[in-house]
Design a protein around this ligand. Structure first.
Ligand code: SF4
Length: 324
């Protein structure tokens, strides 16, 4: 079995709510609340959930692009959250991010060569001809022509811009990449091309991905394991096949029931979730899914369920799911 490259322990990210004349802190938005899991080297962990469930915030907190409110993230044995500025700068070479919107994440005033090559200079890795060769190599492996380095972001299509974003993320030869909804702003016809490119690059460079998406079909395609988030917490996590064949948490069951299936005889029941996602500033007591859960009972409104191992490697946080 591969060893873990990344281990999260009780990661929290709260945003303060300020109010009153003196703008005092009057509450907290618990965007990420006590999240723990491991990612093995070379695997892809899919992270799914509705908009606003905290998955992008978690991805950015792991990389310390947002200041954590608590917990630990171990990368190769070192706690990222305890690193100082210099140590973090070195870690940036190995931990990268691909952003959702390739247009707003690329500086329109720089050409593509400057965008991809910038980090090589910042980290003192390459300049001049060596930098140029590295940029052209990255363009080539990402499916663009080497001469594209002279062009500006607005001269590319959405799919090509995302290829530039991927080339930029990989130019320092990272080990671990957070892919934050990398296909959600692209046309459906382009999405599969980008996902296939990411898979090819994973094989070529031995990458580990945290693939954040609300598209369960794409997550099924690319992931080895899948974690489901609801209101800042992971409610289910296991191998991909197990999750899609045997979803145990009522929220996962509802999400999967909404995925279109090709079989016209499929008897899968569509589960419609009632109500809106509660505010993370004021989560309900007990299980935070209880206002929308069709199985909710008294205990669910009083006690928060723990994330328990129900079958080997299959973790679920629900009072009603039994082990074995
Ligand atoms: Fe539903 Fe209760 Fe399970 Fe929460 S603990 S998912 S409310 S059955």
């Amino acid at each position: 079995m591969n060893e873990s490259i990344l281990q999260l322990e009780n990661v929290k990210k709260y945003f303060p709510i300020r109010g009153g004349v003196f703008s005092r802190i009057i509450g907290q938005v618990k965007a990420v609340d006590d999240v723990s899991f491991k990612i093995k080297k070379g695997e892809t962990l899919g992270l799914v959930g509705e908009s606003g469930c905290g998955k992008s915030t978690l991805g950015r907190t792991i990389l310390k692009l947002l200041d954590p409110s608590g917990g630990r993230v171990y990368y190769k044995g070192n706690n990222i959250f305890e690193t100082d500025k210099n140590e973090l700068r070195l870690l940036r070479r190995e931990l990268q991010i691909i952003f959702q919107d390739p247009f707003s994440s690329l500086n329109p005033r720089l050409n593509v060569g400057e965008i991809i090559g910038e980090s090589l200079e910042i980290h003192g890795i390459a300049t001049g001809k060596e930098k140029q060769e590295r940029v052209e190599y990255m363009l080539d492996v990402c499916g663009l022509a080497p001469h594209h380095h002279r062009r500006y972001p607005h001269e590319f299509s959405g799919g090509q811009r995302q290829r530039v974003g991927i080339a930029r993320a990989l130019t320092l030869n990272p080990d671990f990449v957070v892919a934050d909804e990398p296909i959600s702003s692209l046309d459906v016809s382009i999405q599969a091309q980008i996902v296939n490119l990411m898979e090819d690059l994973q094989d070529k460079f031995g990458l580990t991905y945290l693939f954040i998406s609300h598209d369960l079909s794409m997550v099924r395609h690319i992931s080895d394991n899948v974690a489901v988030m609801y209101l800042g917490k992971v409610v289910e996590i296991c191998e991909k096949k197990e999750l899609y064949q045997n979803p145990l948490h009522p929220y996962t069951q509802a999400l999967l029931s909404a995925v279109p299936v090709l079989d016209p005889d499929s008897k899968l029941e569509r589960i419609i979730l009632s109500g809106d996602v509660p505010s993370p500033a004021d989560p309900p007591p007990g299980c935070n899914f209880n206002p929308r859960c069709r199985y909710a009972e008294k205990r669910c409104r009083q006690e928060e369920p723990e994330l328990r191992e129900i079958n080997s490697g299959h973790f679920v946080s629900c009072h009603l799911v039994q082990e074995g």
